[in-house]
Design a protein around this ligand. Structure first.
Ligand code: PMP
Length: 453
């Protein structure tokens, strides 16, 4: 069962507007029209569209190779097993890891839950603290709250500054020899801030903490090399990176995975079983009880091949161009408050509010333009509370977005302004009510932020 090389994008090298427009053609749903208008899909942080090669890999699996993996001794079972194992090897290469360091999960949420139920076994003596950041998604917060409750750990949070960047002084104060686990996001799904994952991993390592990276918003957009980063664990979801839903990855350092107990129990993960007891296999089998999401894993392998053909560096760079362009346009609108660390320090996410208007009302106007964005708390309620808002409108880019997509979004935004702030068009556009200016230009805010947010 070989993957379809001619379905991978031929265009390599730098992405520009025509290339992005061309890549769009690989995504059948992006050709859909609603009310005779095309879809402007800008909710990529929630989930991404799927290219034909991924859809076909899943279809081909069901049409030609469907049999349970790692069980049958007949040809189609061997085929499905080969495709499944190949996907693990592809993902391992993608991260510069070894295949047995790759555990397939349901997604980032399950990866973090797996760790929250097992990692206690490898925590050093006398360590009583779980350190997170104020940027975290509920998936990298609530499982740790539960572990803290179960085992009596103390939860602490690295503060963010007004520009949403981590306060490194606060981090250095809180990350100490009492820290058992330091788990942090690589990119904030709510405001787009990138954290320095290699630096944070190094600082965590220096105090002997277990370092865990929530890479749900990073793996789809930037090159991740776990050896260079130096983290202990890293997790992400397939559906946010062109792959099927219900599949994700947990990377763990081999020696640590060897020491972790299993998370779930059942078929496939055992070595030997008696009526009274059982012994367990090695990683990754030990963590993959039951029949896995075979078509999901195979689809994810194909998604990774597609991403590599486009090139992760190209993806980051084009998304940054889109973000810069969008930020410039949006910051000209004085009715709009933008929450950002600035293009330099952000992935392709733009979060904002319109004064006096609920984010849901804005997104429903966007819907008239087929502009798909997310409005709400983005599963980061504590962060929203800290920002003093109930939610935001979030635009999130992927490499298949074009300048025209941004222009259509800005057109929809101007329409929303004219609906909710009638008369606003007559006012000169003096330039942004940007609550958080580009980090590098805002040294003053940095000072003020040491204290209250
Ligand atoms: N972490 C971050 C930063 C996310 O953005 C998300 C998804 N929004 C998750 C974790 C959880 O991902 P999933 O729902 O795919 O498990």
């Amino acid at each position: 069962m070989t993957a379809d090389n001619d379905k991978l994008p031929r265009k390599k090298g730098k992405i520009d507007d025509p290339v992005a427009d061309d890549l769009k053609k690989d995504f059948p749903q992006l050709a859909r029209k609603i009310n005779r208008k095309r879809i402007v899909y800008l909710d990529n942080a929630a989930t991404t569209q799927k290219p034909s090669c991924v859809i076909e890999a899943v279809k081909r699996f069901y049409e030609e190779h469907n049999a349970n993996v790692h069980r049958g001794l007949y040809s189609i079972s061997e085929e499905s097993t080969r495709a499944f194992d190949e996907a693990r090897a592809i993902v391992a290469r993608f991260l510069s890891a070894e295949p047995d360091e790759i555990i397939f999960t349901k997604g980032a949420t399950e990866g973090l839950n797996l760790l929250s139920w097992t990692v206690k076994e490898i925590v050093g003596k006398g360590r009583e603290k779980i350190l997170l950041t104020e940027l975290e998604h509920h998936s990298n917060l609530v499982p740790w709250q539960e572990l803290a409750k179960r085992e009596g750990f103390k939860l602490e949070f690295v503060r963010i500054k007004k520009d949403f960047m981590l306060d490194m002084d606060d981090l250095k104060k809180k990350l100490d020899k009492k820290t058992a686990i330091f788990s942090f996001t690589a990119v904030s799904n709510a405001v787009g801030t990138k954290t320095d994952i290699a630096l944070l991993s190094r600082l965590g390592r220096e105090v002997g903490a277990i370092t865990i990276i929530d890479a749900a918003q990073a793996a789809p957009h930037m090159k991740l090399d776990v050896k260079e980063i130096g983290c202990d664990f890293l997790t992400f979801s397939g559906h946010k990176m062109l792959g099927p839903a219900g599949v994700g990855v947990l990377y763990g350092k081999k020696d640590l995975l060897g020491k972790l107990p299993p998370f779930q129990f059942g078929g496939h993960m055992i070595r030997d079983v008696d009526y009274e007891s059982a012994t367990y296999g090695d990683s990754p089998e030990k963590f993959e009880a039951g029949t896995p999401n075979m078509e999901g894993v195979i689809g994810l392998g194909e998604a990774v091949r597609y991403l590599e053909a486009v090139g992760l560096e190209n993806i980051s760079s084009w998304e940054n161009s889109l973000l810069r362009y969008a930020l410039k346009k949006v910051c000209e609108l004085e009715e709009v408050e933008v929450y950002t660390s600035g293009a330099e320090n952000s992935a392709g996410v733009l979060s904002f509010n319109m004064k006096g208007v609920h984010p849901h009302d804005i997104s429903s106007i966007f819907n008239d333009y087929n502009v798909c964005v997310r409005a709400g708390h983005h599963c980061t309620m504590p962060l929203m509370k800290k920002m003093g808002v109930s939610g935001t409108v979030r635009v999130s880019f992927y490499f298949y977005n074009t300048i025209e997509d941004v222009d259509l979004f800005v057109e929809a935004l101007k329409k929303a302004i004219s609906v909710f702030h009638p008369g606003a068009e007559e006012k000169p556009l003096l330039g942004g009510a940007v609550v958080v200016q580009e980090a590098e230009a805002d040294k003053e805010a940095e000072e003020e932020s040491k204290g209250d947010f």
